[in-house]
Design a protein around this ligand. Structure first.
Ligand code: AMP
Ligand code: MN
Ligand code: MN
Ligand code: MN
Length: 279
């Protein structure tokens, strides 16, 4: 089993179409892949169809839901969701409808910092307008020479306290977990090492997530250091969370970690795919 349960296509802010993501995963030896676009499941059908042509690859329907908790953006991945579920789709549509409005406010904030044309410039990078993301704005800022690459954009722009960042009302943790569970899926705290919470506050988030019905945490993530992986393994043990792993791959030129290129989960943890019926 080589599982990669977190990645993006150009249905959200990834660079490759869903079928190409599945093909690349298969070429890298991945046997279980979840496509988890931001607030959108529209790429899943194409990824599932592509998996049919690659022996040994199973694709799961997934989604990465944007939520706010204590004014911080937190991401909750849903694995093995029924995409046709009405509650899930209504919830995701609600989040997406806010993205265009937020994009306009981000462009206004960038204009105040002397950078014009950001909305149109970001939209040029966005295949599906209602998933307009900070990643699309980051690509625009690279285009106009504000930073050498997308990773370095986020050191100077688009994050709290920097030009282009605006507050936004996303879904709640409770909403996201309930939509995922209503759709038959398992809820996972995405890339927990990235959140800037003190340990006690992070424990409060984990407890709240669990009270809402959340069952898993990404212990191994493309954005985790060795130390973050070790700490999140401890969190999984303390809360008896299932353990997930995902590259968070967005594209060959933008991601540190390619599809499937992840260290194994610590052996004492229960992999989330056991709960999904995979040995
Ligand atoms: P949004 O959901 O529109 O707020 O955008 C969040 C997306 O921006 C993430 O999913 C990443 O693709 C990208 N992003 C955010 N922070 C960073 C960062 N520090 N480095 C690289 N990409 C980032
Ligand atoms: Mn992204
Ligand atoms: Mn994320
Ligand atoms: Mn992601």
């Amino acid at each position: 089993m080589l599982a990669d349960l977190h990645c993006h296509s150009n249905v959200s802010d990834g660079l490759l179409p869903p079928g190409a993501v599945a093909a690349r995963a298969a070429a890298n030896g991945v046997t279980l892949l979840a496509l988890t676009d931001h607030d959108n499941t529209d790429g899943v059908a194409e990824a599932l169809a592509a998996a049919e042509t690659h022996d040994g690859l199973t694709v799961l329907a997934g989604v990465e839901i944007s939520v706010a908790w204590r004014s911080v953006q937190v991401h909750i991945v849903g694995l093995n969701v029924r995409c046709e579920n009405a509650a899930l789709q209504a919830g995701l549509a609600g989040i997406r409808s806010g993205r265009i409005d937020r994009g306009r406010r981000m462009a206004e904030a960038l204009a105040k910092a002397g950078i014009e044309g950001a909305f149109e410039g970001a939209m040029k990078h966005c295949e599906t307008p209602d998933t307009l993301s900070r990643a699309h704005f980051a690509r625009f800022l690279v285009d106009v020479g504000k930073a050498p690459n997308v990773r370095s954009v986020f050191e100077r722009y688009l994050v709290p306290g920097k030009p282009g960042y605006v507050e936004h009302v996303w879904a709640s943790v409770e909403d996201a977990v309930s939509w995922i569970r209503d759709a038959g899926g398992v809820a996972v705290i995405a890339h927990p090492g990235r959140y800037d919470f003190r340990a006690r506050l992070f424990d409060t988030l984990c407890g709240h997530f669990q009270d809402c019905g959340g069952e898993a945490i990404e212990v191994v993530s493309g954005s985790h250091s060795v130390d973050q992986t070790r700490r999140m393994a401890q969190v999984a043990r303390r809360f008896s969370f299932l353990a997930s792993c995902g590259s968070d791959f967005h594209g060959p030129s933008e991601s540190y970690v390619d599809l499937g290129q992840l260290p194994p989960l610590p052996e004492d943890l229960t992999p989330v795919w056991h709960a999904l019926g995979f040995a």
